[in-house]
Design a binder for this molecule. Structure first.
Ligand code: ZN
Ligand code: ZN
Length: 606
């Protein structure tokens, strides 16, 4: 199907023409117009016609006696007319095939044997042309480890077993990590991501048979393809079954990228909630931590949160506004040195119940919403920023491990945390610019179709009161629950982790002010340090353990090394090592450094 353009383009001439190409692999024809940027023509060629090749090596020889061989990057900056090309012209192509054996199928013989390189597009000379060339997608070491683990669920010898202790039968053989009955029995709401991938691989890539490898995952793409492989003019001028996104049916996501959020000490959460207790306005922070195995779920992953960095923000009783975040890369750099990374966001939605007993209103429940449509878009924004590298995906990336936590009132009026992720489909809906927040927080609004926005049919599928699957039209809005995945959360039995000063039982007398809390009159300066470090006011009996405990705070480290420049990079490395190793002997090295002595003098004068 090909639609006629709604109205003739005015102004410049734009004559449709055919340009021919010849390479060592064959001849190709492409239709274009005089004003088509030549880089678009080349992209289409590379994407849809040429065998896998290295786009960096692509060169074109123009027709005519003085054509000459020119690099793709050079000619890509001009239009078809600009290059003087005419209908039927023949251009010669040169390129080298990309290394490796992409193109054909990869053989798979068992878990973890898939080559490292899968998917991800490349760019010609910085231009927008992407190719099918496969670049290495380096996923995390944790993902590699979980890929190698078959994750089998062992079972004990049961009453139906007829064999001896050494035998095994269908009643006691281990279950695969994606077993639905096990999931239901243990009240696990979603499959772990790796169990999900393993199940897909078991279906798609049969271990026996040794046929070709098919990437089991492909990120959802709901946008119209404006470089249609059928070769017609891009939408809205043309459309066909190849470039038109198919109808979307939203369902509850069966898996989750992360299963559990673990706060390494309760003090940091308490300290975060204190901002609301002291001010009555809401708060948002960045969770810094790491990903680790979560053994309560087959092939599960947990987030271990070590610290909460609080963004520059303007807080209100009913919400908040994020301000420009100037020290973003400083926060990330310090976190990285400490072996941490941004793993999620946390925000509060607390209102005192007015009973005078500290109880709070339960606003988020089954009959209202858990995350509002606006908050889901906020979660998606972060998830798109922190993509999950994944070798099982056709593009080398798949969804995100970034989590979103809400601190609000539970059904018994207590302050509680809930952890979520936006579904992968939510990421795709946002990427294709199809949704926006609704005035009803439990509804996501579908944006109207415009000349620039193609909106496919969107449905959501639900099991009705008679147990039947029913499809509903999702336009103009649909329940946000279809875009939400819930995670569990908790605390380790004993407070552990890198940082200790925010812990109520810490050796440090008081917590160091959290960044960006000036509105509470909480401001860190040299005078604060003078009070904070006990070694500054009682230098005669400096205890290395106390000093190390006081140093073990993200907020202190951030103030010492990001907000202040008294200490050197060398001091910074010692401090980071002291905290990471929790070795008082290393902490003493910092205490004895010239930089720290200068700091001490400055603090005394402050
Ligand atoms: Zn048995
Ligand atoms: Zn098409």
């Amino acid at each position: 199907m090909r639609l006629k353009p709604e109205k003739k383009r005015t102004g410049q001439k734009s004559i449709a023409m055919i340009i021919r190409f010849r390479s060592k692999d064959g001849q190709y024809r492409l239709s274009c117009e005089g004003d088509t940027p030549f880089q678009d023509v080349l992209s289409e060629l590379v994407l849809t016609k040429l065998p896998p090749m290295d786009p960096q090596t692509l060169s074109v020889t123009m027709p005519g006696p003085d054509g000459g061989e020119r690099s793709a990057g050079e000619v890509g900056t001009q239009t078809v007319d600009g290059l003087g090309l005419k209908n039927g012209d023949m251009l010669m192509l040169k390129y080298t095939a990309s290394s490796g054996n992409e193109g054909g199928g990869q053989s798979i013989s068992g878990k973890g044997s898939v080559p490292e390189s899968v998917g991800i597009s490349k760019v010609i000379d910085g231009s927008a042309a992407s190719t099918s060339a496969r670049a290495a997608a380096k996923q995390s070491a944790l993902d590699d480890e979980l890929d190698r683990d078959p994750g089998l669920i062992p079972r004990k010898r049961g009453p139906l077993c007829k064999h001896t202790d050494k035998g095994m039968c269908e009643y006691c053989s281990p279950l695969p990590p994606w077993d639905r009955e096990y999931q239901a029995d243990h009240n696990i709401k979603h499959l772990s991501f790796h169990a999900y991938v393993d199940e897909l691989n078991a279906k798609v890539n049969k271990k026996e048979g040794g046929s070709s490898y098919i990437p089991p995952l492909k990120p959802s793409d709901f946008a119209i393809n404006r470089r249609c492989p059928a070769g017609h003019e891009p939408w809205p001028k043309g459309i066909c079954s190849k470039c038109q996104p198919s109808a979307i049916t939203l369902q509850r996501q069966e898996f989750r990228m992360v299963d559990h959020v673990e706060f390494e000490n309760s003090g940091m959460v308490n300290n975060f909630i204190n901002a609301w207790r002291l001010s009555g306005v809401q708060r948002v922070g960045l969770l810094l931590g790491r990903y680790a195995r979560y053994d309560k779920i087959p092939l599960g992953i947990k987030v271990q949160v070590e610290a909460i960095y609080e963004f520059p923000q303007v807080d209100r009783e009913d919400g908040l506004v994020l301000q420009q975040w100037d020290d973003e890369h400083q926060v990330e750099a310090l976190a990285d040195e400490l072996g941490l990374q941004p793993v999620g966001v946390i925000f509060s939605d607390l209102s005192d119940a007015g009973r005078g007993d500290g109880s709070v209103i339960c606003k988020r429940h089954l009959r209202s919403f858990f995350l509002s449509s606006l908050e889901i878009l906020f979660a998606v924004h972060w998830q798109l920023k922190y993509r999950n590298r994944c070798k099982w995906s056709e593009t080398g990336a798949f969804s995100s491990k970034f989590v979103t936590c809400v601190v609000s009132g539970n059904s018994s009026g207590k302050i509680d945390i809930n952890a979520y992720q936006a579904a992968e489909s939510a990421e795709a809906l946002v990427t294709a610019d199809l949704v926006c927040a609704s005035t009803h927080p439990d509804q996501m609004f579908i944006k109207p179709a415009t000349p620039d926005r193609y909106v496919p049919d969107i449905f959501y599928q639900k099991i009705n009161e008679y147990g039947l699957q029913v499809k509903h039209n999702a336009k103009p809005s649909f329940p946000v629950e279809f875009l939400l995945v819930s995670l569990t959360h908790g605390f380790p039995e004993k407070d552990t982790g890198l940082f200790r000063t925010t812990d109520a039982t810490a050796l440090a007398p008081s917590a160091f002010p959290v960044e960006n809390r000036e509105y509470l009159g909480d401001h860190a300066d040299l005078r604060t340090l003078q009070t904070y470090f006990s070694c500054f006011h009682t230098p005669s009996n400096t205890d290395p353990d106390t000093f190390l405990a006081e140093l073990s705070s993200f907020h202190v480290l951030f103030f010492l090394f990001c907000a202040n420049s008294v200490l050197s990079d060398a001091d910074r490395r010692v401090a980071v090592r002291a905290v990471r190793t929790q070795d008082p002997a290393v902490a003493v090295q910092l205490l004895d450094s010239d930089g720290f002595k200068t700091l001490q003098t400055l603090c005394r004068m402050a």
